[in-house]
Design a protein around this ligand. Structure first.
Ligand code: ZN
Length: 132
């Protein structure tokens, strides 16, 4: 299949895509949510037909985004507990353990959304076409 590119149509800029991703909207059009329900990502955008669930293994990038962000949050929380609150090491470990359990679950939707936005910026999202 031959793909044609139009510079005006294919224009993608970081700030609008990032804002759409943070609001859990389609990174391509921003018109619909990427979520079908809690912890359920839509297969494609009902408005612009951008494919959210691509090939097998695409979700690994979302998991990677979640793990990296969780590690960063735990690192920042560690410094805050130890140096701002001047907490004991044992209390800080309990707080970090709770953070490590809750944050990745709470960040699940946004890790998917940010990964989709990143993928959209790098190579655009393919359009979903029903198989006949
Ligand atoms: Zn869309």
């Amino acid at each position: 299949m031959l793909r044609t590119f139009s510079l005006k149509k294919d224009k993608r800029s970081i700030v609008p895509v990032l804002l759409r991703s943070l609001r859990l909207r389609c990174p391509a059009c921003g018109q619909s949510s990427i979520l079908k329900g809690p912890f359920q990502i839509r297969h494609h955008c009902p408005n612009c037909r951008s494919l959210f669930k691509r090939e097998e293994g695409f979700f690994v990038g979302a998991i990677m985004a979640n793990v990296i962000t969780t590690e960063f949050v735990i690192l920042v929380a560690c410094f805050v507990w130890l140096f701002v609150f001047r907490s004991t090491y044992e209390k800080a470990l309990v707080a970090l353990f709770i953070t490590a359990l809750i944050f990745p679950v709470a960040f699940y939707h946004h890790s998917w959304s940010l990964w989709l936005g990143f993928d959209y910026l790098v190579e655009s999202l393919p359009k979903y076409e029903k198989k006949k």
